[in-house]
Every structure is written in structure tokens, then in C-alpha cells.
Design a protein. Sequence first.
Length: 344
Amino acid sequence: MTIERYESVDYHTGGEPFRIVTSLPVTIEGPDVPTKRVFAMNSPDVERIRRILCHEPRGHADMYGGFVVEPDDEGAHFGVLFWHKDGFSTACGHGTIALGVWAIESGLVAADPSGVTDVVIDVPSGRVTARVHTDSGPGGSGGSVTVTGADFLNVPSYVLATDVPVQTSRGELTVDVSYGGAIYAQLDAASVGLQVTPEHVGDIIAIGREIKWLLDESEHARHPSDPRLSGIYGTIVYEDLSTGGEVVQRNATIFADGELDRSPCGSGTCARLATLTARGLLPQGVLGHRSIVGSRFTGTVIDRTQVAGREAVVPMVSGTAYRTGEHVFLVDPRDDLVPGFVLR
């Protein structure tokens, strides 16, 4: 009897889990990470492993993780295929932050003596950077350095459509659609009488899920140059908490099919930076972004550029990640619940 064995290192970024898997018993083929993602999506073997590690009883409906793969070229330290309960995503900011912290704490990437180390990662939406901040001295899980925070430097982000009408079960609503490595619809919680608080979770998930599927195959969800990046990845339901000159918002991002991001959402923060900048609502270029569980990211516009004739921002999202465990998962061939299940 052969017992399958899978190892992972788990982190959380702002409360959102990220399961890091560096070794697989199958080869993920492709000359670059976007192609590897397509291969993984169409490989029964890779898909089975994703379900084993993500679904119950080893995971849950809101689990998130990634397979570490070879980078596109020597310009990056490694590549990653992000996954959730329904498949493989194009981008993941909270996962990029977790991977950067893991790379330093594990010794995969040596911490720069300056206290700032760029961990370069190839993801399906492009090449991104986790800029990891460290203090010298004992106390870190890596032994000689302590990670104090990390910045996610993302691909340029831009607005695809504004004031898009959507006919929902709550009547006609208006959303903006922006790209931040993945495509997000964005809804003001006040427009549906909600607040981004735990007691409204059920209603937030329901309306976020509905808007995602209503817009997913629409013209507003088309990526301008790469159809592999098309489709609404998630709906950001946001609430404005700004006071004075500081722009502060709280959001709940509903992605996949009803999955709720516990963090303020990294790539979603980038989409919000693009939207707020385009609307002239971010004069200082800084967004204090909060999550439904109270965790915090700071989103910053560090540059401006153009993509496919569109005005775009170059975003940075600052936060940190913490290790939550190291796991050895076993699969008994007699187990009739393999590869697993979810109840949502």
C-alpha cells in the first residue's frame, strides 16, 4: 500500500491563508509561468493535487495556496501558480507577500545587509516583487534576521470601465471594473445598504458572487491584450472610512465562487488604487485599506504609466505575513473521500 505524501509551509497575510508547496510528484510543463498555469488547469494530475491540498478535510472552502515552479528566466528567483478552491488564479498580492517573507525566513533568498531585499517572482500576470524588510539580530525564524514587513510591487493597474450598470436581485447597481493583476468589479457597500462588517458577511458574499457571474463574460471583463487574464476574478465590496485628508476604506473581496478574502486583498488593493486615482479621489496617492477582520494594508501609487493606451498606476501594497505551520499531508489509497470536497 502506497501512502501519498505532500509537504507545505503555511502562512497568513492579514488573516488570509497561503499554503506554500515546493515539491510535486508531477511535472508542470511550459516555457513560462502563464503557460504553466494553463497546463495545470488542464492536467488531471495537477488538479487532483490542488484539490487534495485545498479542499476538506485537509483544507477548506476559503483556503488559498500556491505551487512554487521554475521562473520564466534567471531574472526571477522563482515562479508560482496560485490556487484556490475553484482553480488557478492569475495574481495574488497576499500570496506574494507571504512568498517573499517565506523566501527570506527559509534562507532561499539571502537577506540583504541593508535591511531591504527584493524577492522577484514570476506569476501568471507578469513579474512582481516582494520587497522584504528585515532587522539584523536574533529573533527571526530564519535565525539571523527578523522580518518586519513586506511590500508587494505589482504590475501596472488600470481602469477597464466605470459606472457599469448591473441588473441584480437587489435592483440595478453600478460598479467600476479595474485590473490589478486580476480583474475586479467594485461596489460601494452603501449602495446596497450594507457595511463591511462580520454581521453582514452573508449578504456581502451573495451580492459579490452575483455581480461576479453577471459580468464575468461581458465586454467589461476582457483583458486588452491577453485573453488568459480575462474574466471577473472577484467583486470588491467597499466602505469609505476616510476622515480629513486621509483616504481609508474597508473592503471585503469575494472571489472564486463565494470565497471571502480575510485580508484587504493585495491585487484588489491595486485595482482600487487605479480606480480611485482615475476618479481623482486619491490626491496623495495613498490608500489605507482595511479588511473585514480588521487587518491592514497600505496601498501606494509609486509611479504612473500607460498600458494599451490607458492611464495606469504602478502600485505598491505594504503589509506582512506570519508562518502558521509546517505540514505533512498523507493520502491513504483506501480513503474514498480523496481528493476531497467543499460544501460551498
